[in-house]
Design a protein around this ligand. Sequence first.
Ligand code: KG4
Ligand code: ZN
Length: 334
Amino acid sequence: MHPVILAIESSCDETSASIIQHGKVLNNVIASQAVHQKYGGVVPELASRAHQQYIYQVVNEAMTSAGISTSLLNAIAFTKGPGLLGSLLVGVSFAKGMAVALDIPLIEVNHMEAHVLAHFIADPKPSFPFLCLTVSGGHTQIVLIDDYLEMKVIGETRDDAVGEAFDKAAKIMGLPYPGGPLVDQYAKKGNSEAFQFPDTNIPGYDFSFSGIKTAFLYFLRDNKKLDPGFVEKNQHDICASLQKHLVGMLMRKLNKASEETGIKQIAIAGGVAANSGLRISLQEYAKKNNWKIFIPDFEYCTDNAAMIAMAAHYKFIQNKFSDLHVAPQANLSI
Ligand code: KG4
Ligand code: ZN
């Protein structure tokens, strides 16, 4: 059967809905929550309230723009976790309400699996096995994928996510939230060899980004003591050096994973996949090591319901449904 599924994503600060029909994503409606900007980070209480305000409208728009009436739906999918509990609850409850009202099955989706499966929304698609580096404000993982629903995390951060490291460093420099894209923009005009930061030595494929945050704080504090205008005068070089350092940490582990597994199909996902330094470095490694690389459109890299819909499609054809007792799980892992 080729199902028609409505998928809902509400794990963090994007309220999103998408319709998938015959395995083809028809749309991807996203309402971003601007309310967090002035706080310098996502405020969970405000996020769940904003989801509650937006969700009906977002779902309605997905249904009408796809030209799908509720009677055509075969299932309702939602993000079970990981994410902010209050935010997840809004999506889960809405999905349950619809599934009960329409008397159709419910499909729970793991948000991290969905980031990986975003690579199957559009061509070119990887074949199995492949490795995926999922990098965002909440996650940093290397995932080994053997099949659509068979994947395992082989490396992950032990503390902060890499997007968090970008954002926190930007905040220390006085840049607005989220600072990652700004660091990227300034880095393009700077010298990436200008400053050096200490390396962390974590075994295996795991990462740690909390040390660099502290080192960066002290680096700026010490230099500002000598020259109060240090940041303003060196902003481009500081951003370029920091970006090179963070990208280097990611790429060395990804390369190690590729060498040791022998897998040369390499995908990236998550908001930090937009980083130009990471994209350039990925292309350089690809050339040197004969990798085939996969980077989804930015729309499918950041949090979105289309990836939830894609994951739900594979779960539907494998008869993996959820019952009505299902509850969100903030720290759900793959
Ligand atoms: O996937 P995403 O939209 O949301 C989650 O965190 O789940 O990722 C957002 C993260 C933020 O930390 C943001 O600063 C970072 O992605 N980001 C970037 C860039 N674009 C977004 N970081 C570095 N360079 C970029 N160009
Ligand atoms: Zn995400």
